[in-house]
Design a binder for this molecule. Sequence first.
Ligand code: CA
Length: 229
Amino acid sequence: MAGETILLIEDEKNIVELIKYNLEKEGFRVLTAMKGNAGLDMALKEKPALVVLDLMLPELGGLEICKTLKHNDKTRNVPVIMLTAKGTETDKIVGLELGADDYMTKPFSPRELIARIKAIFRRVHEKPKLELLKAGALELDITKHELRLKGNSAELTAKEFELLKTLMEASGRALSREFLLERVWGYENSMNIETRTVDMHIGQLRKKIGKEADRIVTVKSVGYRFDGD
Ligand code: CA
């Protein structure tokens, strides 16, 4: 863990200095960027082991950066910890639906940030790649691209498979319709697309998974959540 490179994208100089100092003391290598564009470039170029990302940044905001990183194959698996100001900003990332792995509300102590970073690294290093997602009688076999119900193979369309996979991977977290559209259908600007598309596919999916259908929970005015075991 020590020696890994952490990229800090933050525009408040005193916070940059405080975090950098404390992370270096822990043995991490720290790269810093104080503007959004520069930070994103650095993340793509340097491929850090983890990114600490402020939400409000000049030029390019943290949400945009997070989204870009999580949509890029090269950086998709780089953990991101978002830093948010108190209150409203936190609400925006409820569900961490942009793919951030954790977030902290300012002000926070460097000690707590370090604890979170270490926890993420532990998860990353320990977690075997999930090739099989399970819940109750449901088994989603990523390798074979197959859904099994009580061991019996069940037919899913490609979109239904992606939708179920996305929900199961985020098990316990509410995902918005917009997020699902973007992730499953790949719409860049999901605002103009009918979010009912998602509802229709969820309906089909529920039918196909029979008794496990209740695991796909409708979250009022947000979207959907998958409840695991
Ligand atoms: Ca800021």
